[in-house]
Design a protein around this ligand. Structure first.
Ligand code: ZN
Length: 172
């Protein structure tokens, strides 16, 4: 199995809304396996399907140090949020850029597993932040969309330096 190629900013697929997964078959399993492989090779702690060119509600996360605690989230939805925490983030789709934004501290997320079974977990700390970052991707939202106005100007300056176009947040 080869890893997927990572789509990078300002690729339009990163802004496209994702379709719900309705078929829980071997094809879904193989997409998830390939996403997990890609995430590990790229040394990420999370990866969303649009980042590999697939507009479907699928994300993988693994925040463990050993990289042996894969969680696949199919059709995930955050049903509650609590608290606020500063979060320094980067993104495999925006290589070379990191900044600090604000995220909910704790979340409850509903999702389906690879068999289509409905599950619900409570997450905090890095797991909570990672899941929020990946679910954002599934709705065309990037962590840089959460930057303050001042920081967004710094981001635009960085983009110009890199020779990249600014990609505005999708209208919601
Ligand atoms: Zn990302």
């Amino acid at each position: 199995m080869d890893p997927f190629a990572i789509r990078t900013y300002p690729d339009e697929i990163l802004r496209a809304p994702c379709a719900e997964v309705t078929t829980f078959d071997s094809k879904l399993r193989s997409i998830v396996d390939q996403m997990a492989l890609t995430m590990r090779i790229e040394r990420g702690i999370g990866l969303a399907a649009p980042q590999v060119g697939i507009s479907k509600l699928i994300a993988v996360v693994d925040v463990s140090e050993e990289g042996d605690a894969l969680l696949a989230l199919v059709n995930p939805k955050i049903i509650s949020k609590a608290g606020k925490v500063p979060s320094e983030e980067g993104c495999l789709s925006i290589p070379g850029y990191r900044d600090t934004i604000s995220r909910a501290k704790e979340i409850v997320v509903q999702f389906q597993d690879l068999e289509g079974k409905q599950l619900e977990i409570k997450a905090d700390a890095l797991m909570s932040i990672c899941i929020q970052h990946e679910i954002d991707h599934l709705h065309g939202v990037l962590f840089v969309d959460h930057l303050s106005r001042l920081k967004r100007e710094l981001f635009k300056r960085w983009l110009r330096k890199e020779g990249l176009e600014f990609s505005p947040p999708a209208a919601r």
